[in-house]
Every structure is written in structure tokens, then in C-alpha cells.
Design a protein around this ligand. Structure first.
Ligand code: CA
Length: 234
């Protein structure tokens, strides 16, 4: 997807931040919608196809974490969280419930535009430079369809994955039975060496185990290799 084609929705009640962020993203050629509240956000989403949401966690009418949960019940749309909250827990919680990335306030517009571009690249439709038209990785009772961005169970049911979950599972499934370090997996989700790195990967892995119906205490599919990383056991 060309950067200019993407439509972004900025959900932020602070007008200064909203305009600052909008100005930078507009300069990069994105199409933009803005919302100052959760209510307006829902109205925009009802009428506009949006490629990515930039979501402030502290909105006047709804808690941002609740919003992420609501959004995830209806779509995989990529979400970058903006948060002034110092608490690491909020960022981790946001990722746990389905946000794809976050930027801490005060917002560095350059960092944000970089993260937007990264996330859009990862979540774009199957790239034309992908050689295999149908790249399917099978493991256990699962198949991961890379070109369709879909995880399918043997009973035919599709399991919804967020972008980051999909990227991590793809990395693991491409290297079955090999241990991948947290750093390696972090690269797979292009988080640019952001601080709470290890923890982010651990959170994604536990989300994946849940979705793969793996036993979190004694996981069979995605195994923890102490001090080294994770391995998809096939
Ligand atoms: Ca706010």
C-alpha cells in the first residue's frame, strides 16, 4: 500500500496534540479523519473505511482500554495507542487486549509517523513481491495462511490474530523446532528496540497460546526455553 493511500483516524481529545499529529501525518500524504471522543470515533468508523487508528487512552467519554476491547470485537484494524500514562501496566494491558503498538506522550511526531509507516507496512494486503501465491505454514492442528493473514484450525475455524501476533507466529512457524530469541521476535514486529521489549514479546506469546488453545502452564506448541527464547514445537 502506498503511504499516501492509507486513511488514518486520530482519536484524541487534546486539540493541540490532535493538530500536531495531524499536521505531521498530513505532510506524509496520509488521508485523515479526526475524532475528539469515543462517540465520534464510532461515527467515523461506521461511515469511513479506516486503515489505522491512533488512539489516545484518556478520552472524556470512554476509557481507551475499553475502546480497544470494543474495537477488537469488530475488526483487526491496526491500533497505535497514545498514552501520557507513565504506568507501564497501561501499555502492557493495551498490548494484551489487542493494540499493536504505542507511543508515549509527549508525542514525538517523527517517532509516531515512523511507527505508523511500520505498522501499515506490516498490515498491508499481501505484497505483490511475495513470490508464493499461497504461502501456508502448517503446524500441529493449525495452518497459517501468510498471504491471507489467516490462522485456521483443523476444524476449519478461523482464529483472529492482531498484526503483532501474526508476525510473531509467522516467525516461529517459519523456523519450526528452533529457538528464537526475544530480540529476534522483537525485530519481527519492528518495535525499534523500544524499552519494555522482553515483556512485550512475553505478552504476545501468552496471547498466542490462548488463541492456539495451548496450555499456558505446560505449553505444548509454543514452548519457553529458559534464558533463550521461544520455540514452536512441531
Ligand atoms: Ca486525552
Amino acid at each position: 500500500m502506498a503511504a499516501g493511500a492509507a486513511h488514518l483516524l486520530i482519536v484524541e481529545d487534546d486539540e493541540f496534540v490532535r493538530q500536531l499529529v495531524a499536521a505531521y501525518l498530513e505532510k506524509d500524504g496520509y488521508r485523515l479523519s479526526v475524532a475528539g471522543s469515543a462517540k465520534v470515533m464510532h461515527e467515523v468508523l461506521d461511515h469511513t473505511p479506516v486503515d489505522l487508528i491512533i488512539l489516545d487512552l484518556g478520552l472524556p467519554d470512554e476509557d481507551g482500554l475499553t475502546l480497544i476491547r470494543q474495537l477488537r470485537t469488530r475488526s483487526h484494524i491496526p491500533i497505535i495507542v497514545l498514552t501520557a500514562r507513565i504506568a507501564r501496566d497501561d501499555k502492557i494491558t493495551a498490548l494484551e487486549i489487542g493494540a499493536d503498538d504505542y507511543v508515549t506522550k509527549p508525542v514525538d511526531p517523527q517517532e509516531l509517523t515512523l511507527r505508523v509507516a511500520n505498522l501499515l507496512r506490516r498490515s498491508g494486503p499481501a505484497r505483490s513481491d511475495d513470490t508464493a501465491a499461497h504461502d501456508i505454514l502448517n503446524f500441529g492442528a493449525w495452518s497459517l495462511d501468510i498471504s491471507a493473514n489467516a490462522l485456521r484450525a483443523s476444524d476449519g475455524l478461523d482464529v483472529e490474530l492482531t498484526r503483532a501476533e501474526f508476525d510473531i507466529l509467522t516467525a516461529l512457524a517459519r523456523a519450526p523446532n528452533r529457538v528464537l530469541s526475544r530480540d529476534f521476535l522483537l525485530d519481527a514486529i519492528s518495535r525499534d528496540g523500544d524499552a519494555p521489549s522482553d515483556r512485550v514479546i512475553d505478552v504476545m506469546i501468552s496471547r498466542l497460546r490462548k488463541k492456539l488453545r495451548d496450555n499456558s502452564r505446560q505449553p505444548i506448541l509454543i514452548q519457553t526455553v529458559m534464558g533463550r527464547g521461544y520455540r514452536l514445537s512441531v
